[in-house]
Write a protein of this length. Sequence first.
Length: 506
Amino acid sequence: MPDDRLPVIVATGQAVERTDVVGALDLAARAADTALGSAKELRDRVDVVSVVHMLTPAGTAPATMLARRLGMEPARTEVSTIGGNSPQTLVTRAARAVAAGEADVVLVAGAEAQRSMQARRRAQTGSEAVGSPPARTPCAGDAPAHAPDPVVGDDRPGMGDAELAAGLVAPVNVYALFESAIAHRAGRSPAEHRAVLGTVMAPFTRVAATHPCAWFPEARSADELATVSADNRLVSEPYPKRLCAVLGVDQGAAVLVTSLGTARAAGLADQAVFVRAGASVADVWFPSARPDLGRSPGIAAAVTAALAAAEVGVDDLDAFDLYSCFPCAVEMAAEAIGVALDDDRGLSVTGGLPYFGGPGNNYTLHAIATMADRLRETGGTGLVTGLGWYATKHAAGVYSATPPPGGFVVADTAAAQAAIDDSAVPVAAVLDDAPSGSLLAEVVGATIAYGPGGVPLAAPVIARLEDGRHVAAAAADTDLAALADRDLVGTTVRVWGAQPRYRVET
């Protein structure tokens, strides 16, 4: 008989709101109630409530507040740090606690209500403008004040001085810069590469079209995704709008993690999906210091470790959900794992962040819930990946409909992490000791950010100096208009300044 301490997901819940104005905690509570409704026997046994960090204002004690709404008094509450890796990290953490006998039933939940927050802002200002978030509006059922929930996870900022000085802050610009390295390696122009990305992401739309909680349940062709048009404007080369994660959604998800023994005693063993293994690894922390902007050793290490711990290979997997905020995240993960971009098994069970929806840090919890539902229905084994910041923090989880022969394992990734950390390239964050335009560098990653009407707004690059150091630089203001539609990767530029700027060498 399998070990009674084997951790399992015994119930899931997902929620979506398209019309009413709600809060993130409202949606998290709806999703949790759905999960608990299919595991009523465990509602009073939840002893840990873990909540994914919410971008929608929800106070400093969202897990405590959620527990109160649900009528629970758990022994422990906690909230994650920022990052799309956080849901998988919390589920792995819950599984470890259950396996060790440190927890009986763990509720992991999260949500975002960015659509509602924007609607509330419009009602307050009478305009469609998107500015700073409005003051916190209390939600029904909130208690007056709580001590902050303990925070778990790596809370280092995602960008350093070099990225900030070059304007590499908006995720779409940083990921587009990664994409340029992939396109250059493949020998494609931005337009040619964009067409390829349409074929990569079109299958995701077909999955989203069948998911009841998808924000855009509509199948689209590769041309519809990749062709730049009035309603699919170019955001950051090579990405038009339909290839980017959509954050303005109201979605929530929850999973209930317990032991097989507890599930069996509650008559819920038939609902159990096994949490088989988990692993976490970070890439070189700041993008400017990465040796190859178009590859992710962190994803490769996390997935390799998780699969080895689960005692399965890539060919043994029946389903994937690869994090998909932008196409390069899918491309880097597929290459790292060793699966084709057109693998018959598909690369997402939800439809991905641009089509299912990108509810802040919580997307991966929807992927885990959907994966658990699928495996419960069809059997087999699945892999879920999540990432945070700029393809920085990576988490992988392996799930199966049958018990793992070796039990649940959290993979040891210390050696892989040390090797990745040691690969960091020195970065010249300041060039104020160099006369204007005196240093040459070769561009290794670049993008051009566009505003409405196709006006270039910025053209940040990461380039390699002749001494091997990297530098992140913004285009000189007078050159910006001339850079539109240019592929800068491989180009030689002159760089200078305390906040580095560049000009293309002619």
